[in-house]
Design a protein around this ligand. Sequence first.
Ligand code: SF4
Ligand code: SF4
Length: 199
Amino acid sequence: MPLTNRSVVVSHKEQSFSEKIYFPAIVKGMAVTFSHLFKKRPTIMYPEQKREYAAVYRGQHVLKRDENGAERCTACGMCAVACPAEAITMESAERKKGEENLYREEKYAKTYEINMLRCIFCGLCEEACPKEAIFLTDRIVASEYERDVFVYGKDKLVEKIGLPIDVSKRQTPEVLAFKKIPGLKHNQLHQEKISKGKH
Ligand code: SF4
Ligand code: SF4
């Protein structure tokens, strides 16, 4: 008794003469191949030619500095909690006297790591961050031979002093307008929206 209805009865039909000599089948196959010569190529001549990325492309992360060059991240862990791939780990430390120019808040990330092999580039870490500290950029995560090289630390994530990375392309006009309001915190705006019933 058959277990499923997917069984097929094999045909033992005698092959015709044209099937036996294979020639018509070869001609048919060559015609398919030949027809592709006149179609538009889906490949590009990289690296001379490069594809255009969508403005909303999400690539390698950056940990931003503020306008004075201090690290914005306060090691609150919101990004790690929001990350569905559990790709983010960090260790916090207290800012010492005299380090105000290095770290924006009293607490900062002593270590901050993202495992790029786990990351699915969903952008939820960016959404969760209340300090506008982490953003996904249009940079591509480079290919490597060793797996452990894909665990990116602060040396690769924090932007270099004096070389800010533009993350404005993916920001909506609403977010950009918000950033111009001095002193207002991300979560404050969210609370205001809730109280006005806009969310
Ligand atoms: S982009 Fe998504 S998966 Fe990648 S670190 Fe951020 S939250 Fe995690
Ligand atoms: S990047 Fe943002 S959310 Fe993540 S620990 Fe730093 S301040 Fe918190």
